[in-house]
Design a protein around this ligand. Structure first.
Ligand SMILES: Cc1ncc(COP(=O)(O)O)c(C=O)c1O
Length: 477
């Protein structure tokens, strides 16, 4: 085969190969019904991993360009709906043209690989490992539960009993005082962030986020037409004085913060700074969105009171979630804020999908009310602490002189600075070759040369091997 992938290009390999095959189909070189080479053969011809070709074929199938049948290979569709010049809608143009921006290519690449990778280790995922879910106690709670007979539309703010439970939960665990009418149940923290950006801000508005930040990895800010500005994070989180400077320059309209065990750095915003941020935001009359998914996962018994717990003026929109403490597929999150804001967002929620299904809400309510829940939290903290220590010791032993890191006091992640200059894209591709996935810093807006490693997604006994694979990758790039 004359054509070759360009390993120096910014474009991921799978996308280059996708476009190459798409072009061949559109030129009639691969006519409708014709058989494409097998994954193995094409991988050999192009000198790429077979998984990359599997991913390309999956994407071609999703675009309707090819059809795949078990045992008879991959054929060009008889109806090439993606590329026919006349009479047929060119869906690709629509798919690429919508106002909701797709995920960043590097993130899609990592997530795509995570779905197809056989064996190997995923240090990129923000998901708990399978042995950390409270499956047994969930099973026992559910077996005793009688499901309701009323399955009509629920309140768009969420099930009242769960909102009451959340109000008491945030009081017990975070010293946040609220009532059920100021709580909106969302499909994870993610949806709360989406509703805020869509309903409370306008295209062109400037917002502040930490730099680096998990928020940077979400194109939903750009999809809402927002201009995002980073406030650098040091060991005590972001510096409140920077908010004022940024405001003078760009008239920011909202501040998004993840103050406790910040993703990706693990930093904790100091209590002095929490109060300063609250004061400055009040002075400027701009709200703070406080994203707080992991603050209960502390490794040193220290509790860091959320900024919301000091807020007496309703300036903070507080976002919580069960994803990191129970399981992300439950899709239970919440937003706490002034009632007028909650009503506005609940109205949007009603327009979008009439609110969250009642079933995960019932399950969440049972779990949070159960006397087992505090025991589960304790178990989780202990397990995560052991996994963190295992990863720290492996990093120290295997990569001591090649990386620097600070020890996270809670949460899921270790943020590493590499002592050599590497291109993130090449690093990720080399990782994929070695079946090891991790999040490069650039997806959080940091320069090349940083990675976020998750210790929560692997069992303890696999962590050293995973770090050793990662070390191998670093040696080779
Ligand atoms: C800092 C942070 N905020 C929010 C989220 C979204 O969580 P959820 O699953 O509740 O939507 C994540 C997920 O990884 C996260 O790391």
């Amino acid at each position: 085969m004359e054509w070759k992938v360009d390993r120096e290009a910014d474009k991921p390999l799978y996308q280059q190969i996708f476009e190459y095959i798409e072009e061949k189909i559109s030129y009639g070189e691969y006519p409708p019904g014709s058989l494409l080479p097998s994954e193995r053969k094409l991988a050999q011809q192009l000198n790429v991993n077979r998984m990359t070709i599997a991913h390309v074929y999956d994407e071609l199938q999703a675009s309707g360009l090819v059809e795949r049948k078990k045992g008879s290979g991959t054929r060009v569709s008889s109806h090439k709906w993606g590329i026919l010049p006349k009479g047929v809608t060119n869906w690709r143009k629509y798919i690429e043209g919508g106002s909701f921006i797709p995920s960043y290519p590097l993130i899609r690449r990592i997530r795509g690989e995570a779905k197809v990778m056989e064996g190997g280790y995923n240090l990129a995922s923000g998901k708990l490992s399978s042995d950390l879910f409270p499956t047994d106690y969930l099973q026992s709670i559910l077996s005793e539960y009688t499901f309701p007979t009323d399955l009509g539309y629920e309140h768009p703010q969420g099930l009242l009993s769960l909102r009451e439970t959340i109000a008491s939960y945030v009081k017990t665990y975070h010293n946040i005082h609220t009532t059920s009418s100021s709580v909106l149940i969302t499909s994870g923290a993610q949806q709360a962030l989406h509703l805020i950006t869509q309903c409370l801000l306008n295209p062109g508005d400037a917002v502040a986020i930490e730099a680096p930040s998990y928020f940077y990895s979400l194109p939903l800010f750009q999809s809402a037409g927002l201009r995002i500005f980073g406030l650098p994070v040091d060991s005590e989180g972001m510096n409140p004085d920077d908010i004022m400077t940024l405001y003078k320059k760009h008239k920011i309209r909202m501040i998004f913060l993840n103050p406790t065990y910040h993703s990706p750095t693990g930093a904790i915003l100091s209590s002095t700074r929490r109060l300063q941020v609250l004061e400055i935001a009040a002075e400027l009359g701009i709200p703070i969105v406080e994203d707080d998914p992991v603050s209960l996962l502390s490794f040193d018994n220290e509790q860091h009171s959320p900024i919301k717990s000091f807020d007496r003026n309703g300036n903070v929109l507080y976002v919580g979630s069960l994803s990191k403490v129970i399981g992300s597929s439950l899709r239970i999150g919440w937003l706490i804020g002034p009632q007028s804001v909650i009503n506005r967002l609940a109205d949007a929620r009603e327009q979008i999908d009439f609110g969250l299904s009642v079933f995960p809400q019932i399950i969440a309510n049972l779990l949070l009310q159960s006397s087992e829940y505090p025991k589960h939290l304790e178990f989780l903290r202990q397990e995560l602490l052991e996994r963190r220590n295992e990863m720290l010791s492996a990093l120290q032993d295997l990569l001591g002189d090649k990386i620097e890191f600070t020890i996270p006091k809670g949460g899921f992640f270790i943020w590493c600075k590499l002592n050599k200059s590497v291109d993130d894209q090449k690093l990720v591709e080399a990782g994929i070759k070695h079946k090891i996935l991790f999040m490069p810093g650039s997806v959080y807006g940091s320069p090349n040369g940083y990675v976020r490693l998750t210790f929560a997604h692997l069992k303890k006994e696999s962590i050293r091997d995973a770090v050793s694979q990662f070390a191998e990758v670093l040696n080779q790039v």
